[in-house]
Design a protein around this ligand. Structure first.
Ligand code: AMP
Ligand code: MG
Length: 286
C-alpha cells in the first residue's frame, strides 16, 4: 500500500476542513495495522543501521499538530526500534530569553541532526508561523518596528522554504507530518486525560485555552502547509483520529523515504581490503 496520496503536492492550496481526520486509506483492521507497523519498525532499524554506517545523509522528521493529536505517542511507537545512537529527538517549547535574542531559526539550526542520524522534531520552526501568528507574538521576536510588516507570514514562508532547500542541498532529507485531528476527538482525549489519574500530567489548562483558538490554528496551519510543501521538504497530512492509523501511516512514509536513499554499508577499496588482511595476519601472529 502506498501512502503517497497523503503527501501535499507543491503549490496546492489546501482546505483542512475538507480533509478527513479519520480516513484509514482502505485499512480496516487494527490488528493488521499493528503487525505491519512492527514490520516497518524492523525495516526502519535495518535501514537506519546502514544510514549511520554510510554517514552521508541525515533525516529530519518534523511533527506538528494540535494538542492531543498524538505527536508524543507516534514518536514513541514509531521510533521505538531505532538505535538511540543514531537518533536524536528535540522538543521545541516556548523560546527562552536567549533564544528570543536570536532569529527564530537559530535554535532550529542548533538542533539539526548530524550526517548519518535521524533527527526528530516535536514541534519546530513552524511554531513561528503558527502559535506566534495566532497569538500575535511577533513583537517578542522582532524588535525594529519597521520590520514587522503585513507580509511577515509570507516572508517567513519564503525564509522557511529557502532554509529547508538549503538543508536538502546539504544532504538533509526532510519529512513533515501534520497529525490532523478533529475537534471532537480532541475533546474526547482531553476528557480522558482529566478522568484518568495516570494521564492527568498530560493535561494543562493552557490546552483548553488553545482549543478556543481552533479555527485560527486551522487557518494558520492550512496557509503554512500550502506555502511550504515542496519536493525537497514535503508535508504529509495524516488523519489522526485513529491512533493505530496515524502510527502506521507515518511508519510507511518514513520507510519509503529511507529506502529511496538506498543506504548501504560502505565498501572498502581493494587497497583497504588488502591492508585489512595484513593487519589481520599480524593480529593472529601476535
Ligand atoms: P508542549 O508541546 O505541550 O510541550 O508545549 C510546548 C508549548 O510551546 C506549546 O504550547 C507551543 O505552542 C509552545 N511553543 C513552541 N515554540 C514556540 C514559539 N516559537 N513561540 C511561542 N511558543 C512556542
Ligand atoms: Mg502540551
Amino acid at each position: 500500500m502506498k501512502y503517497i496520496n497523503l503527501m501535499i503536492k507543491p503549490d496546492t492550496k489546501i482546505n483542512l476542513s475538507k480533509i478527513s481526520t479519520s480516513d484509514t486509506n482502505g485499512f480496516n483492521s487494527k490488528k493488521e495495522a499493528k503487525t505491519r507497523l512492527k514490520e516497518n519498525i524492523k525495516k526502519m532499524a535495518e535501514l537506519q543501521d546502514k544510514l549511520y554506517a554510510q554517514d552521508k545523509y541525515a533525516m529530519l522528521i518534523i511533527f506538528q499538530a494540535m494538542d492531543a493529536a498524538g505527536k508524543d505517542g507516534t514518536i514513541k511507537h514509531v521510533m521505538s526500534g531505532l538505535n538511540p545512537q543514531g537518533t536524536q529527538v528535540y522538543s521545541f517549547k516556548q523560546p527562552s530569553k536567549t533564544e528570543l535574542d536570536h532569529g527564530y531559526l537559530w535554535r532550529i539550526n542548533k538542533a539539526l541532526p548530524e550526517k548519518g542520524r535521524i533527527g526528530i522534531f516535536n514541534r519546530s520552526h513552524y511554531e513561528d508561523v503558527l502559535v506566534v501568528r495566532v497569538h500575535d507574538l511577533i513583537s517578542d521576536q522582532i524588535t525594529p518596528l519597521k520590520f514587522r510588516n503585513k507580509n511577515i507570514w509570507k516572508q517567513r514562508f519564503q525564509q522557511i522554504n529557502n532554509f529547508e532547500k538549503y538543508l536538502y542541498e546539504n544532504g538533509i532529507i526532510i519529512l513533515k507530518f501534520f497529525l490532523h485531528i478533529s475537534k471532537d476527538e480532541q475533546k474526547k482525549r482531553f476528557l480522558m486525560r482529566i478522568d484518568d489519574p495516570a494521564k492527568n500530567w498530560k493535561f494543562s489548562e493552557g490546552d483548553i485555552k488553545e482549543r478556543g483558538f481552533w479555527i485560527h490554528y486551522q487557518k494558520a496551519y492550512q496557509e503554512a502547509i500550502s506555502a511550504t510543501s515542496k519536493t525537497y521538504a514535503p508535508w504529509f497530512i495524516i488523519p489522526a483520529d485513529k491512533k493505530w492509523f496515524t502510527r502506521l501511516a507515518v511508519s510507511e512514509i518514513i520507510v519509503e523515504a529511507m529506502k529511496k536513499l538506498k543506504p548501504a554499508y560502505p565498501k572498502l577499496s581493494k587497497y583497504e581490503i588488502a591492508n585489512l588482511k595484513t593487519i589481520r595476519k599480524k593480529l593472529v601472529d601476535d
